[in-house]
Design a protein around this ligand. Structure first.
Ligand SMILES: [Cu+2]
Length: 152
């Protein structure tokens, strides 16, 4: 391998590693994207492999929040997520009531990386009465380093 090709590979690896560290860097596709309509999350349930960064995008003309309401048992407190960066539902709710904390205005996005398998329920605090709720279902990676065969 010549030196130029080697440097190119190093560069690609470094940017792939860093991509997860910055907000707004995750590429949103249909596989990892949830949109907000007037009073709905779409899709209401999204299945993703573990390690996926999900992008929540407010494509409506209303303001919303993305606020986790239930984590899988295997997840620890550090995996709590909410727009505004709160570390518990109680904190997010108090901030919303106090100053519209965690608000996602039209066009805003919020991202979260899901590192533990299980079901993560979340709500939009200002539209709870309209049943604006969703869930991210995080599945174990299908491949492993043993000799299991792919199922597709
Ligand atoms: Cu809402």
């Amino acid at each position: 391998m010549n030196r130029r090709a080697f440097l190119g590979l190093v560069g690609a690896g470094a940017s792939a590693t860093l991509a997860g560290c910055f907000d707004g860097q995750a590429a949103a596709t249909d596989d990892n994207r949830v949109t907000m309509t007037q009073v709905d999350f779409r899709p209401e349930e999204l299945r993703v492999p573990v390690g996926t960064t999900v992008v929540f995008e407010n494509t409506s003309s209303h303001s919303h929040t993305v606020t986790a309401s239930g984590l899988p048992e295997a997840a620890d407190d550090s995996e709590y997520f909410a727009s505004g960066g709160f570390d518990s539902y109680e904190a997010a709710k108090a901030a919303w009531d106090d100053r519209a904390g965690g608000i996602l205005e039209p066009g805003d996005t919020f991202e979260n990386e899901f590192t533990t398998p299980g079901r993560y329920d979340y709500v939009c605090i200002p539209h709870l009465r309209q049943d604006m709720v969703g869930a991210i279902i995080v599945e174990e990676a299908e491949t492993s380093d043993d000799n299991s065969t792919a199922s597709y």
